[in-house]
Write a protein that binds this ligand. Structure first.
Ligand SMILES: [Zn+2]
Length: 210
């Protein structure tokens, strides 16, 4: 598995470029910004984008998706429960002092039990509402790796005070779904440093005493 993590944009969203080294097929997760840099990584590895996967419809995660789709022809995948948030992208951009993004079109909705396949790599989609209604995580069982979006961070969890956020839901998603993964699972959060499920189970203050 080729896996490069590139912090993109002013909020340094962790964009993942994941590819099968044999078939040279790739998926790009959360191309929030800096599409030229993402394309340089794709070119460096000589891989072709098959899917653009968005963990949730916040502008720092989705801002570069249309540009990447135009450049690669790959479809954009997002859970349908975040479609309402797409209409608020202009407002999100204003809060962050960013320029108004172009309209984002979604090609497919993905949810629980769906798989995203790129070459021999398989990611199971986990619908984990809370940070937003349509937040998803992607779990690669063979590699024991979780792309967590803004649901789980090293030592913290996603904020729930933005439109569509719910503290009860994110806690439920974390306990019922995310913490059911093995301790060894490497977690790639939407921002900041990597962690493991074991670390977070043991020391994340939001995940204790439940
Ligand atoms: Zn977010």
């Amino acid at each position: 598995m080729i896996h490069e993590i590139l912090p993109v944009g002013p909020l340094e969203c962790n964009c993942s470029i994941i590819a099968d080294e044999n078939t040279r097929e790739a998926m790009v997760i959360d191309p929030g910004d800096d599409v030229a840099d993402i394309q340089a990584i794709l070119e460096k590895h000589g891989v072709r984008v098959k899917q653009i996967v968005i963990t949730h419809a916040h502008i720092d995660h989705i801002g570069g998706a249309m540009k990447l789709r135009a450049a690669t022809g790959a479809p954009i995948l997002l859970n349908q429960n975040d479609h309402a948030l797409l209409r608020l992208l202009g407002m999100q951009a204003e809060w962050l002092g960013m320029s108004t993004p172009e309209k984002v079109e979604i090609d497919h909705s993905i949810t629980d039990a769906d798989k995203v396949e790129t070459g021999s790599l398989v990611a199971n989609v986990m619908h984990t509402p809370g940070h937003t209604e349509g937040s998803i995580c992607l779990y690669f069982p063979a590699e024991q790796k979780l792309i967590a979006g803004d649901t789980l961070f090293a030592g913290s969890i996603g904020r729930t005070d933005l439109p569509g956020g719910s503290f009860d839901k994110i806690i439920r998603s974390l306990h019922q779904k995310v913490l059911s993964l093995p301790d060894e699972t490497i977690v790639v959060p939407g921002h900041g440093s990597l962690t493991t499920i074991g670390n977070e189970r043991e020391s994340n203050p939001f995940l204790q005493n439940r």
